[in-house]
Design a protein. Structure first.
Length: 591
């Protein structure tokens, strides 16, 4: 089966309404399903799904595409993984085909094999926890007040020896090289060993519910071993793209919804918070936050509380990570923990009510940055205070909103005692600052594609295969873009042969830069009464606009020459164009 044929069959078998309904409630209105967009957390529905077209489109954030795009975006996976997910659900085997350096069939088979290996390993680690050899692990969990229900919820386990898991997986039919590729085993000389030997096991489960790696904690202090060992990067695991307990976060959203997410640093922090009732807690696994992780979180909720250790939250790497979250459009607040304590300590020593109060008192990202800067300087010394004010002013100056800048200048005034006028000057703001909107500096805004309204109606009618489309009217001279030509050629082919590729397939073959505009055209808001008369009027308008543009070009050329013969020629052409425009307006000329 060829690539295009397989993708076409995959999209036909992928019920986009059913797929999208797993993530947002849809209500049918006419031939279209409407719901709140799962990508930008709106309250008023502006998200549409068309079963006939096989496409989704948001009129708010402009997200759109077919089932492959939807799974790729909502699950934060690459295109190959999205194809694998849909193919598995549709009971389709991914055929042998390549695109660039990617062999989709090989990748899909390899990924499925490693997922199965990791599931088997996770189950066996969990079973090991009940063995006599795991008594130290059970004692540790009892000491940390982690009961049986939490052990099951997080799938905790234990590695009893360096070879036991290797032997078990071999009996299940897996090779040592596969274990190494999955990140469970490592090789020393000719010997393979379990890299998590002697550790309490924390399975890392992705947003698709697949075990992709493990974390391990030593139970006996040993200077030769790090307290925690995280799984290495593998074909199925990239720590920059994964978040610990995101599978539980996804389940929580589907069952109860989400008001906010709590981001911590470690496994035990997450488990303790879940036990205390804060079951939206996840962990970044000790890594600096990445854009992919930020996007993954935003798919579930746009409010996030950062709850890192009291000592670690002020580090530059942490601040960079918080900026990444803000740039992704997340509303970021920082929970200020008592110095030297992590969330697990706070829950055990001070209780859930105290932690709830910390959430209530969480500070904005900007305030946290300013206060963190303040800790670096001795504000009682004039020179140190001046340095702090200069650095804090840079933070405030970077804010988009003048009202926000005003508020944080007041905070800086309270912390330093400098006059507001002085601080205004430091940030190069006028006093008082005028409330004027400025373009966002966080993310460069892509200019919206501009398309003539008449052309948009014609292309939308053709793309949606409206019966009133008149292909005897020549539209080709007015199609300047490649997308416009492709849409019209598709419609013309259907008119001639009665056949055309599905819209979802057409979308699949469209260059990335044209997909947003294609989504708008495909979801054009037709009105009652739209028909042949409007179609013909729009084609006439395109013809008149084209002739008017030609006339303007000739007029410009006339200004640039003094040669009489050329001036006469241009004048004659302009006169012909004027006559043609008049005939078009009277309806006397074909176009």
């Amino acid at each position: 089966m060829e690539y295009g044929e397989f993708i076409g069959e995959l999209l036909k078998r992928s019920d986009i309404v059913r797929i999208v309904s797993r993530y947002t409630h849809l209500t049918k209105k006419g031939g279209t399903y409407w719901g709140c967009c799962p990508f930008h957390h709106e309250k008023t529905a502006s998200f549409t799904v068309s079963a006939d077209k096989g496409l989704y489109h948001c009129f708010g954030c402009k997200a759109g595409g077919n089932a492959i795009n939807f799974i790729s975006e909502i699950e934060s996976v690459d295109r190959g993984e999205a194809i694998r997910i849909l193919a598995k659900e549709a009971n389709l085997e991914v055929p042998q085909f390549k695109q660039g350096d990617r062999n989709y069939a090989r990748d899909a088979q390899k990924r499925e094999r490693l997922y199965k290996l990791m599931r088997a390993a996770a189950r066996h680690y969990h079973e090991n926890l009940s063995l006599p050899a795991a008594s130290s692990a059970r004692e540790y969990l009892a000491k940390r007040e982690v009961g049986e229900s939490l052990v099951r919820r997080f799938g905790l386990g234990y590695s009893v020896s360096g070879t036991e898991m290797i032997q078990y997986l071999e009996k299940q039919g897996y090779t040592k090289s596969e274990m190494k590729e999955a990140g469970v085993a490592a090789q020393k000389a000719d010997e393979y060993y379990d890299v998590f030997y002697g550790r309490l096991i924390f399975p890392i489960i992705n947003n698709l519910g697949e075990v992709v790696s493990f974390g391990g904690r030593v139970l006996v202090q040993n200077p030769d071993f790090a307290k925690y060992r995280n799984g290495s990067q593998t074909f199925i695991f990239d720590k920059s793209r994964n978040i610990y307990a995101v599978n539980l976060l996804k389940k929580r959203k589907q069952t109860k919804g989400l008001e906010y997410v709590i981001m911590t640093e470690g496994y035990m922090d997450v488990i303790s918070l879940h036990k205390a009732g804060f079951d939206t807690a996840v962990a970044s696994m000790g890594t600096s936050l990445t854009q992919t992780q930020a996007k993954l979180i935003k798919n579930y909720c746009d409010r996030i509380y950062i709850s890192y250790d009291g000592d670690g939250a002020g580090q530059k790497a942490t601040l960079r990570g918080l900026d990444i979250l803000a740039e992704a459009g997340l509303n970021v607040k920082v929970i200020k923990l008592p110095d030297g304590l992590d969330p697990d300590d706070v829950i055990k020593k001070k209780g859930a009510e105290f932690y709830a109060k910390l959430i209530e008192d969480a500070v904005t990202l900007t305030k946290f940055k300013i206060e963190t800067l303040g800790k670096k300087y001795d504000l009682k010394r004039p020179d140190e205070k001046a340095k702090f004010a200069v650095e804090a002013a840079k933070v405030i100056k970077s804010l988009e909103n003048p009202v926000e800048r005003e508020e944080y200048l007041k905070l800086l005034h309270e912390m330093t005692g400098y006059t507001m006028n002085t601080l205004y000057k430091q940030t190069e703001m006028s006093a008082p600052p005028e409330f004027t909107e400025k373009p966002s500096t966080q993310k460069e805004q892509k200019p919206a594609a501009v398309i003539d309204p008449s052309l948009k109606f014609v292309l939308a009618s053709v793309l949606n295969e409206k019966p009133y489309c008149d292909y005897t009217l020549n539209v080709f001279p007015y199609l300047e873009s490649e997308l416009g030509r492709r849409i019209y050629e598709r419609g013309l082919e259907r008119f001639k042969s009665g056949k055309s590729e599905g819209l979802a397939e057409f979308y699949e073959q469209t260059p990335e830069q044209d997909k947003e505009l294609l989504g708008e055209i495909a979801n054009y808001p037709f009105l009652d009464g739209d028909g042949a008369d409007k179609y013909a009027a729009c084609v006439k308008s395109l013809a008149i606009n084209s002739l008017t543009a030609q006339k303007s070009a000739l007029a410009e050329k006339s200004k640039e020459t003094a040669e009489l013969s050329l001036l006469l020629s241009y004048a004659q052409e302009i006169k012909k164009i004027d006559s043609e425009i008049e005939r078009l307006k009277k309806g006397e000329t074909d176009y």
